[in-house]
Design a protein around this ligand. Structure first.
Ligand SMILES: [Zn+2]
Length: 178
């Protein structure tokens, strides 16, 4: 697997996410052949343009159903609106960028990139959150025509998130949550 461009990284992160999502919903403790097939089909489909990263619509629905719980830790007190891409780094007020977060998570995350923050905590985000995040980044890169850039392009250093931190190696499914 050679990951050389921004779109490679996003698509492979998303294909791995779909695989992890399937494994968790099946209650698997490790990835099996079906899982790897799901991942490779989706990755190839995204590369060829035959498949698309779904719109955020379903995630918006889930967000509403989820009510006012912190997307990071599940707490339901002292909830405020958090910008996944921090406002100070150019993140906007569009709903794709907004999630509910408790005060503790909000101040702990601060200006950090989502994955950098989780890496610092040595934990891994819930899949639902990661799915929103990957789509957000995809839309940003699509709009700004960044998808074809090589991953070592200096332009990427000035983005408000870290493309290379998008996870393409996921923990085993027994360590994941939806
Ligand atoms: Zn929280």
């Amino acid at each position: 697997m050679t990951i050389t461009t921004v779109s490679d990284q996003i698509y492979y992160a998303y294909a791995n996410l779909a695989m992890a999502d399937y494994a968790v919903s099946k209650g698997l403790s490790k990835y099996d052949r079906t899982c790897f097939m799901i991942r490779s089909r989706l990755y190839k489909g995204l590369q060829s343009g035959g498949m698309k990263i779904h719109s955020l619509f379903d995630d918006e629905k889930l967000k509403l159903q989820n009510g006012t719980r912190c997307v990071y830790c599940g707490a339901d007190t002292e909830i405020s609106i958090d910008h996944m891409i921090p406002r100070i780094k150019g993140g906007t007020d569009i709903s794709d960028n907004l999630v509910c977060a408790c005060k503790t998570c909000n101040s702990s995350k601060g200006k950090k990139d989502l994955m950098e923050w989780y890496n610092d905590k040595q934990s891994f985000p819930p899949l639902m959150l990661l799915r929103r995040y990957i789509k957000l980044i995809y839309n940003y890169c699509y709009t700004d025509c960044l998808l074809d850039l090589k991953l070592d392009d200096p332009k990427l250093n000035s983005l408000p998130f870290s493309i290379k931190s998008l996870p393409i190696n996921y923990p085993t499914p027994d360590k994941l949550q939806h």
